[in-house]
Design a binder for this molecule. Structure first.
Ligand code: TXA
Ligand code: MG
Length: 312
């Protein structure tokens, strides 16, 4: 009975989202990574609404969300064989692939901010997927936060940032992954990671040589901007041991000794609500998903890293 009621509520929310999106409106939707702020990817007006609601800089391109590879093939992009293999293995999932546009590309220039490429992924969330299927068109969706804030991993985070600025938020609970997708480009049979995420270099290296482009000024325009920042100052601590970290931070409760994907952004927001001045985060090893965490933490800390308990 309860399950039937839940399905009815979610069904109604899906209908409402589809109606809004078909009418050129925007809506916040749950994804497995972080909440997205969706609009029709083929409609320049809807895209303008997304940029305005988020206060997003005009030079930071959006990811286009599709239901499957068949929908990609209708967009008139160049699809190399390596992309097909990666899509088969990792879609639906947290891998965003950057495709070159052909001359006939249907993607409005506002999405990719004038670049000759478009970033595309299939979200692994049934609500999001069902909405794309019912719309019948792809949905552009950046993270559903105000630009610069930590990405939202609950509907409440979206509400806190965008209440009054958008017509609908669908509550799909906590995001399973909690960090944005891995963004890659493909060139000369090489995989270049522009933004690390839950799909790790180790997982991708089964398919081709992998290069991590984790520099401050990366090809991925979004990684250049101030990002993931709570109001508090974030201090990234590279500590030899957990003990060294604990000794360094002293009494403060605004600290994360073992950051994990699901809770990192939520912790930053929670500490802000408690009026923290400074938040200390211990940097993880950069293997596996640690690379994605490391990437987000050093950006939140504006690339300042404090070393403790080393070189004694
Ligand atoms: O998990 C995710 O990726 C979430 C959910 C909603 O799907 N979306 C998300 O979008 O994180 P956003 O807009 O916050 O981040 C998009 C990233 C930015 O770093 C942007 O620069 C990069 O993708 N990007 C988009 N188009 C690109 C392109 N054509 N070439 C290179 N990077 C691109
Ligand atoms: Mg974002």
């Amino acid at each position: 009975m309860l399950i039937r009621t839940m399905q009815t509520i979610i069904g109604t929310a899906i209908d409402q989202a589809v109606r809004l999106l078909k009418a050129g409106e925007i809506a916040a939707l749950p994804a497995e990574t972080v909440y997205g702020l969706a609009g029709n990817a083929l409609d320049s007006n809807a895209i303008a609404k997304i940029f305005a609601a988020k206060n997003r800089p005009q030079d930071n391109p959006l990811i286009v969300h599709v239901s499957d590879m068949e929908m990609v093939s209708r967009l008139e992009l160049e699809i190399p064989p390596l992309a097909e293999k990666l899509a088969e293995r990792f879609w639906a999932g947290a891998l965003t692939i950057v495709f070159k546009k052909t001359k006939k590309s249907l993607i409005p220039t506002e999405i990719s901010c004038g670049l000759d490429s478009v970033a595309v992924r299939v979200p692994a969330n049934e609500i999001f997927l069902e909405i794309i299927r019912q719309c019948g068109f792809p949905l552009a969706a950046p993270s559903a936060n105000l630009s610069g804030n930590p990405s939202p991993t609950t509907a409440k985070h979206v509400y806190d940032d965008l209440n009054g600025r958008i017509p609908l938020i669908i509550n799909g609970g906590n995001c399973e992954i909690g960090i944005e997708s891995t963004v890659i480009t493909l060139e000369n049979n090489q995989i270049r990671i522009l933004r690390p995420g839950a799909i790790t270099p180790e997982m991708l290296s089964e398919f081709a040589e992998v290069v991590v482009d984790d520099k401050e000024s990366s090809l991925s325009p979004g990684t250049r901007h101030k990002h993931y920042s709570p109001k508090a100052e974030v201090i990234a601590v590279s500590a030899e041991s957990e003990q060294a970290f604990t000794d360094y931070i002293g009494e403060t409760k605004f600290a994360v000794a073992n950051p994990d994907m699901q809770t990192l952004f939520a912790e930053l927001r929670r500490f802000d609500e408690q009026d923290a001045d400074r938040i200390y985060i211990r940097l993880p090893e950069t293997s596996g998903v640690g690379l994605a965490l490391y990437n987000r933490i050093i950006r939140a800390a504006e690339f300042k890293i404090i070393e403790v308990g080393k070189n004694k």
